[in-house]
Design a protein around this ligand. Sequence first.
Ligand SMILES: NC(=O)c1ccc[n+]([C@@H]2O[C@H](COP(=O)([O-])OP(=O)(O)OC[C@H]3O[C@@H](n4cnc5c(N)ncnc54)[C@H](O)[C@@H]3O)[C@@H](O)[C@H]2O)c1
Length: 264
Amino acid sequence: MRCKGKIALVTGCTNGIGKETMYKLLEEGADVYMLVRRVEYGEELAKETEGKYPGKVRKVIYFQCNKLETIESAIKTAYEDAGRIDIFINNAIGGPTMAKDNTTVVDTSHETCMGIMEGILGVSAECCRVVIPLMIKGGGGSIVNVSSSTSVQADVSRTYYGVAKAALNMLTQQIAVQYGRQGIRCNAVLPGFTVSQATERALPEEFKEAWLKHTLIRRLGEPRDQANAIVFFASDESSWITGQLMEVCGGYGLAAPMFGDIVE
Ligand SMILES: NC(=O)c1ccc[n+]([C@@H]2O[C@H](COP(=O)([O-])OP(=O)(O)OC[C@H]3O[C@@H](n4cnc5c(N)ncnc54)[C@H](O)[C@@H]3O)[C@@H](O)[C@H]2O)c1
């Protein structure tokens, strides 16, 4: 029960990493506010948790990354209801990450570039802008930004996804530095290839195979792998850890590139 008595907000928790993180927070005793785009579906999920964790999903609140005004209203609604915020999981992203021209530097349009920066960095920054003063009022708290292993490894495509997540890493450290004395900790988890609706939709089979060739623990990530790391940063177990970027990717990219060619 590492999060017993904590008030936790999770963005984008009807699927994938966010959903698993919500379950893990409940398991660890937190009271959760679900900040979601699909409120009806969120309510269904909340109902499913009632048997095991009665009353622990406090509210399902509308939150749409592509409508900036909903970010402030969702976080403030949760704060007014709970009276404080201890944990904030910055997971959902918006913007045109699936745009066909989200490829190389030359081939990505300015519009797609800026849309992705807004949907990832802009959304996360806005969440932090709103939540930090509210957390400070309660004596502090823990923010966990869900970044990506692509933020520390340049690639042949999807340029601005990596660039925006790299900016999110720096935002994480700026927050750690600027608000540490006021009791705010801020860390980032950098997931590698983790099975989710998004990856199933966006990444072909050959990409998986190529990825696994360079991964030391030879399996794809599960949302649970990410939730375990996220909740570690969220909980007091990491109370002396801030400004850290933790890759959770089975050791992807750690070995020299030849490893993928010669080790079965
Ligand atoms: N799955 C991976 O391999 C992987 C790797 C690196 C980073 N990540 C990061 O993990 C986070 C979650 O990704 P996932 O793989 O679990 O995705 P997912 O598609 O499984 O889930 C995304 C969640 O966000 C919600 N969402 C989507 N668009 C939204 C919007 N405009 N407004 C509000 N909510 C919205 C969805 O409803 C869903 O609940 C993202 O920040 C992603 O960049 C994932």
